[in-house]
Design a binder for this molecule. Structure first.
Ligand code: ADP
Ligand code: MG
Ligand code: MG
Length: 882
């Protein structure tokens, strides 16, 4: 197929729909060209070429370079310039760009096409010798660094020497003679480390640069980024070859980056930064501190006092055009060459969850998009950011900030200081909360940034690497806190005369940019304004109910505020650990006879009843699914000699008897062992106590006019007999409680089961005869379907994902083709015998947007997830339905 897509005056081959083939950058360059924006002409080599190159072990696909030559010819004809020309040479940039944006993950080469001859040509054509040699030295440096892997530092050393020689403080202070010397010095560095001369043939330069971009697809940092972001299934990166425009031609030129709206809080304010007389990534790299675009109108130069005003007006017009065209916030890169504005990139802007919600609501008001688009547009998972706590305003008032940086990515984070990415990863793994402190971050740091609770940098702006990446993840980040002096080697920072090290805690507020010493208390967020609007839209469109997993009245209340329509899973085991309860629980487990067990259970009953009353009250009017005791008993007994000694003292049971019982409870595979309904088969009195507590609690509530809707859920059923026996026992127990309490009111207690053993799914038609509901316990179902232990899966899962044996963690996102098939089978079989059966899911997957889509498709009635994920599930359910 076609391997090269041209964009320019002659013709434009690609369009916005072709991201998979020509990458996001290439597709949008073509698109911007088509709608008449000023884009330097060029061409894009397809992602498939990159895939083919890497697959073939580093060989260009046949015919690719021929198409490249043809495109270069068109470019030459269009511009009237020639590659390598000694009078007015054509220069190009070589830029990567995959289908999914991977900011800063791959390298760009600028000014390609310069050599000893064409540098003179460039000087001649522009009348600016200094500029020409500056461009040339940048090329040798970038080319050496990116293509030949010559360490950037060697070039820096050479530059420092020249700067010292000419007494120059800034790069821009070095005179022309110095830059000519620098070019020679760079060529020597190049030769020393590559054993070759810097290539003088522009086509050879181009071919090697294309190769370097292809190779960068498999660089460690690119692989890490894709792993963290869960990006799979892409062929490779496209390569964009584009005529150069120069932001470094003097004080009538410049370069900048911008968002058409504020990506941090969503305000409809153009939001960008620019640098006069600068090229390429100078803005993002944080070498010089850029100016806000809002100040651009003040920009003047000798030749034109109104240059800033003109460019700014033009930029604003382009902004409007882009938003109208893409109907979304754009993240743009632009360059001004001698007063003329060029667009170098546009893409949908990454934004925080907060900004996503505000922008979606604003755009509906502006009639740019409709309600459904707005619902579809907000990444459901990003809502977490709106639900996260922020620092307590009262506590903030009392504290004074050490310093204020840029509010680069909202949120509140605190932790001990870590000074390198590796250190952050390591300490976070061992359970510490750390704040990663760096001068600036680079793509090598992504693992550390991901592990840290928050990120703090001392240089770089709102569009610096740290800021962009943190916002993408919704991770709290304060950037450019210039007052902080970082001593990386000494592992400490100084700010305002105070020093903080690895053991000190700082709190950073990514919403305001403030940095505080110590741990600042946090408060819960408010669910109002735009957030409520979006939730309203979501509720209108979704078909799935959303319940929550909660085992305390507090969690239940919070989930209800978040919009939960019931409890889909109330685990009862934690209720046995709290305070004085663990002792009778242990007595029950240690008991040798049924009557001793019953005596212990009798002590537990009032606790359970009270817990259930609290939960029923918090969820009044809404269903509460209570799961009977599930974990193996050994989880409740002490395993070390000291605790066994204490238990002996408390119960009067000899230590050796306790130790014997504990070792008797030991199982080789406890998760496949004596747990779930198997406990109630062996010890029916446990079920009787729990059902009694549930029924009494429900009766007490009804007597107080509280509408309790209890559902009893029997876990780990694998055969219909287990359920029929236990259901009968539960019904008898309910009946006897009603009789004992002489209760005359209405009590509608449903009895159902979890479907979490593959056999249960396969025999769901038998099981459904005895169940009022099924709740898919997809954690265990995944564990038993794959045969992967949930608790140990991380020993090999990273390899499985790395080798693409699995595309994602099946415990996070449901495995549709395997586990999903069992769910679908159970749904179908269950409904075939019991039309009214209620169907839900209560595994971790209930809060995962992709799994929610599956639940919708398979026709479940509801999903159940942790309280903080309830809004996410509401939105994801709407997205599934639209
Ligand atoms: P990234 O994907 O890392 O943002 P880009 O390919 O966008 O890399 O290139 C980085 C920067 O290089 C751009 O933002 C722009 O400033 C500069 N650049 C790239 N191509 C050109 C060009 N043809 N003319 C001028 N500057 C360019
Ligand atoms: Mg870019
Ligand atoms: Mg389970």
């Amino acid at each position: 197929g076609k391997m090269v897509y041209y964009f320019g005056k002659t013709r434009t081959d690609g369009d916005a729909s072709m991201k998979m083939i020509i990458g996001g950058k290439g597709a949008n360059l073509a698109d911007m060209t088509s709608i008449g924006l000023p884009v330097p002409a060029g061409f894009t080599i397809t992602t498939e070429c990159c895939g083919a190159y890497n697959k073939a072990g580093g060989k260009f696909p046949k015919g690719m370079m021929d198409e490249v030559h043809a495109a270069v010819k068109t470019l030459e004809k269009e511009s009237g310039k020639k590659f390598g020309d000694s009078k007015d040479p054509l220069l190009v940039s070589v830029r990567s760009g995959a289908a999914v944006s991977m900011p800063g993950m791959m390298n760009t080469i600028l000014n390609l096409g310069l050599n000893d001859e064409s540098v003179a040509g460039l000087a001649n054509a522009t009348g600016n010798e200094r500029f020409a040699y500056d461009a040339y030295r940048r090329l040798i440096n970038m080319y050496g660094d990116v293509v030949m892997e010559v360490h950037h530092e060697y070039f820096e050393e050479a530059f420092s020497k020249i700067k010292t020689k000419y007494g120059a403080k800034d790069d821009n202070d070095v005179p022309t003679a110095g830059l000519i010397e620098l070019v020679n010095a760079y060529k020597q560095v190049y030769k020393k480390y590559t054993k070759n001369d810097f290539p003088q043939d522009p086509i050879e330069q181009l071919a090697l640069a294309i190769e370097a971009v292809f190779k960068s697809w498999n660089a460690d940092k690119a692989i890490s980024y894709r792993r963290i972001e869960g990006i799979t299934g892409l062929a490779g990166t496209a390569v964009n070859v584009q005529s150069m425009v120069f932001g470094n031609m003097g004080d009538d030129s410049g370069t900048g980056v911008a968002f058409t709206r504020n990506p941090s809080n969503g305000d409809n304010k153009f939001y960008g930064e620019f640098l006069v007389n600068a090229q390429g990534e100078d803005v993002v790299a944080g070498i010089r501190t850029p100016q806000p675009v809002a100040e651009m109108p003040k920009w003047k130069c000798d030749a034109d006092k109104t240059i800033g005003k003109k460019v700014h007006t033009e930029l604003m017009a382009i902004k409007d055009k882009l938003e109208k065209h893409y109907k979304d916030v754009q993240d743009i890169e632009f360059t001004i060459e001698r007063g003329k504005l060029y667009m170098l990139q546009t893409r949908n802007g990454k934004r925080t969850g907060m900004a996503a919600v505000k922008i979606a609501c604003d755009m509906v008001k502006e009639k740019l998009i409709d309600e459904k688009t707005a619902v579809m547009r907000i990444p459901a998972g990003d809502l977490t950011q709106l639900l996260l706590p922020s620092f307590d305003p009262a506590a903030k008032k009392k504290a004074s900030a050490l310093t204020i940086g840029l509010p680069a990515s909202p949120g509140a984070a605190f932790g001990k200081l870590a000074f390198s990415a590796d250190e952050a990863v390591e300490r976070a793994h061992s359970g510490e909360k750390v704040i990663l402190v760096r001068k600036e971050t680079s793509p090598e740091d992504v693992d550390g940034m991901h592990s840290a609770a928050g990120i703090l940098t001392s240089t770089g702006g709102m569009t610096s690497h740290a800021a962009v990446v943190a916002r993408g993840w919704g991770k709290c980040c304060v950037a450019g806190a210039g007052a902080i002096h970082i001593d990386e080697k000494g592992k400490k920072i100084t700010v305002g005369g105070k020093t903080y090290g690895v053991k000190d805690v700082l709190s950073i507020d990514g919403t305001t940019g403030e940095v505080f010493a110590g741990e600042m208390p946090t408060v819960s967020p408010k669910m109002s304004g735009d957030f409520a609007t979006v939730m309203g839209w979501a509720d209108k469109h979704r078909k799935l109910g959303v319940r929550t997993n909660a085992d305390s009245p507090e969690d239940a209340k919070r989930a209800r505020e978040f919009g939960a329509e019931g409890i889909g899973l109330c685990r009862t085991e934690h209720m046995f650990f709290e305070g004085e309860r663990i002792l009778p629980m242990r007595e029950m487990i240690l008991a040798e006879t049924k009557s001793a067990r019953e005596a212990a259970l009798k002590k537990l009953l009032p606790f359970q009843r009270k817990d259930f009353e609290g939960i029923f009250k918090a969820m009044a009017g809404l269903p509460v699914t209570v799961r009977l005791l599930d974990p193996p008993l050994h989880e409740f007994v002490p395993h070390d000699a000291k605790s066994q000694g204490e238990l002996s003292k408390a119960t009067g049971i000899p230590v050796k008897d306790i130790a014997a019982r504990v070792s008797q409870l030991h199982e080789a595979n406890p998760m496949l062992g004596h747990r779930g309904c198997r406990l109630s088969i062996t010890y029916p009195e446990i079920l009787v106590m729990q059902v009694t507590a549930i029924t009494e609690a429900a009766i007490n509530c009804v007597n107080k006019k509280i509408d309790a809707k209890a559902e009893i859920m029997i876990p780990l059923v694998g055969t219909v007999k287990e359920l029929s026996i236990l259901r009968e026992l539960a019904e008898e127990t309910i009946a006897s409680v009603i009789e004992a309490k002489k209760f005359k009111g209405k009590l509608d207690i449903l009895i159902g089961t979890m479907i979490e053993i593959p056999r249960a799914a396969l025999t769901a038609d038998e099981i459904a005869e005895h169940a009022d509901f099924f709740s898919f316990g997809t954690n265990d179902l995944t564990q038993m379907t794959f045969g992967y232990s949930r608790d140990d899966v991380n020993t090999f899962l990273p390899d499985y994902i790395g080798q693409e044996i699995l595309t994602k963690d099946p415990f996070q996102s449901i495995d549709v083709s395997g586990v999903g098939q069992l769910v679908a089978t159970a749904v179908e079989k269950g409904q075939s015998v019991n039309k009214k059966i209620k169907l839900g899911i209560c595994g971790e997957h209930g809060g995962d947007p992709a799994s929610i889509q599956f639940c919708h498709n398979v026709g479940l009635n509801y999903v159940s997830c942790s309280p903080f994920r309830v809004p996410i599930a509401r939105l994801a359910a709407a997205q599934a339905a639209l």
